[in-house]
Design a binder for this molecule. Structure first.
Ligand code: BGP
Length: 492
């Protein structure tokens, strides 16, 4: 009993949470550089009455930890050795779009950015790790929002196309697996960062938060993302026939269980799954814009129209594989609000889930929800699945003996991996498991260092101080043992 022979074992991070060096070598800010935590409703922007545009105005009272993050820009070579030390055969990170195209709309690429990533990816390969590269992990250049309104503007399709074509050409031979937009299905929950949308048409009302966007803008962004995604598959296949292009969606929302057998809850849970995942998954994988959206658009009073050419493009250029994140499940009970954050959705508490992660971010742990999610996705899309995020954030410190005892993380991984194996036994074509945050990075949701996911601890704290020194936690050796046995030690 073990995992499939070529199973991809590894971990995942993102440029904006790991690299720091936010303004180095020509890079200009991206959307995540002006927020402290992507759930923030208050990006560091202000309206300039003269230019009639937003401009960056960071809050001097806030610590923007991602600006230096854990200094991966200067330390990736050492860090990749630590990752390879666990036996990783795969590693996921993202390209910060703004290192290649600082404003986003330039004709010419910034060669320094290309050289940086070439060396980063070559380092992974030399150490035996296959790069899995996200083309944008909440990293839309800020200028594209302040100047163009972001993804609601179809011009971004053009700028994106130029960017991804450069990536496919420059990284040919180095990168085989690409993911298009990280968790783009969080667009309606986090329009500024996940959607890269900023309403600039009518900012006169000072009572509105500066990142307020209209529903119409968000749906226009949805439209443009569908077209851009198909264009990316087309460009990738044309330029590098060996490249495989996948989508990346947050799929915790699939494990939305009806609270009971009330038919209203069954139908309500279906709606949450659609809104949470299938709005995007269906066009990306099945090649059509779902008909159930017509009712949604009518209800929301928005107009979304795809031309025949766009529909044909979406149909022809579906993704090669499906990658996703899964952290936790939720329930749907009619009348109870379902809210969301980076880990997934939260509705009414599930009384059957008694295993709770430690506070302050503790959530009910549901490893079987991952098996369920894998089965639902495979039944619906019949394509290879890749888990590119699953992990647990804990508030950790070095103890008196000088060690970091993260037994809960080991437990969390063991239980989820057992369920991945069970899903494979169910017949699901799951190609790999990439743990989220194998080295401590800045939290996407809260912008903190304190919420740590790593097997490798990084000495940096919420107020920004720290030596940035790396240190193994107990789980480092545990994950190494799992990988070394190809999962066998879990299945005895
Ligand atoms: C996902 C994001 C990651 C990540 C992870 C954990 O939604 O793709 O960027 O950080 O969630 O979330 P957090 O850092 O908020 O705990």
């Amino acid at each position: 009993m073990s995992f499939p022979k070529d199973f991809m074992w590894g971990g995942a991070i993102a440029a904006n949470q790991y690299e720091g060096a936010w303004d180095a070598d020509g890079k200009l800010p991206n959307v995540t550089d002006v927020v402290v935590g992507i759930m923030s409703r208050n990006p560091g922007l202000k309206w300039n009455e003269e230019t009639k545009k937003y401009e960056m105005a960071l809050d001097p009272n806030l610590a923007y930890l991602s600006h230096t993050a854990v200094d991966g820009y200067h330390r990736y070579k050492e860090d990749m050795k630590l990752m390879a030390g666990m036996g990783f055969n795969t590693f996921r990170t993202s390209i910060a779009w703004g290192r290649l195209f600082p404003k986003g709309d330039e004709e010419e690429v910034n060669q320094k950015g290309v050289e940086f990533y070439k060396d980063f990816f070559a380092t992974m390969k030399e150490l035996g790790m296959e790069p899995v590269i996200t083309l944008s992990h909440y990293e839309t250049p800020l200028y594209l929002l302040t100047e163009y309104g972001g993804w609601s503007n179809p011009k971004l399709i053009e700028f994106w196309d130029r960017y991804v074509r450069v990536c496919f050409k420059e990284f040919k031979g180095l990168v085989k697996y690409y993911l298009t937009f990280n968790e783009v299905n969080a667009l309606f929950r986090m329009p500024f960062v996940a959607g890269g949308v900023l309403t600039i048409k009518d900012p006169a009302d000072p009572t509105k938060p500066v990142d307020s966007t209209t529903l119409q803008d968000q749906w226009d962004a949805y439209h443009n993302f569908l077209v851009a995604n198909a264009n990316t598959v087309k460009a990738g296949h044309e330029i590098d026939p060996d490249a495989k292009i996948g989508c990346m969606l947050t799929c915790s929302g699939i494990a939305t269980y009806p609270y009971n057998c009330n038919p209203k809850n069954i139908l309500g849970a279906l709606d949450v799954q659609r809104e949470g995942v299938f709005y995007f998954g269906d066009p990306f994988c099945l090649g059509y814009v779902p008909t159930y959206l017509n009712k949604v658009w009518k209800k929301q009073g928005v107009t979304v129209e795809f031309t025949d050419e766009e529909r044909a493009l979406i149909k022809e250029y579906t993704v090669d594989f499906f990658s996703f994140s899964y952290y936790r499940s939720t329930t749907y009970d009619v009348g109870v609000n379902v809210t969301g954050d980076t880990g997934g959705l939260t509705g009414r508490e599930n009384p059957y889930l008694v295993d709770k992660a430690p506070k302050p971010w503790g959530w009910a742990v549901d490893p079987e929800g991952l098996r369920y999610t894998l089965n639902i996705l495979y039944d619906r899309y019949h394509m290879p699945l890749l888990i590119v995020e699953n992990g647990i954030g804990l508030d950790e410190n070095i103890n008196e003996e000088g060690t970091i005892e993260d037994s809960f993380r080991e437990h969390y991984i063991d239980e989820h991996l057992k369920n991945v194996h069970a899903a494979i036994e169910d017949g699901v074509d799951c190609r790999g498991y990439l743990y989220w945050g194998p080295i401590d990075v800045v939290s996407a949701g809260t912008g903190e260092m304190k919420k740590r996911y790593g097997f490798v601890y990084v000495d940096r704290f919420n107020d920004g101080h720290g030596t940035l020194e790396r240190k193994f936690k107990k789980s480092y050796y545990h994950y190494k043992d799992i990988i070394e046995s190809n999962g066998e030690i879990l299945l005895k």
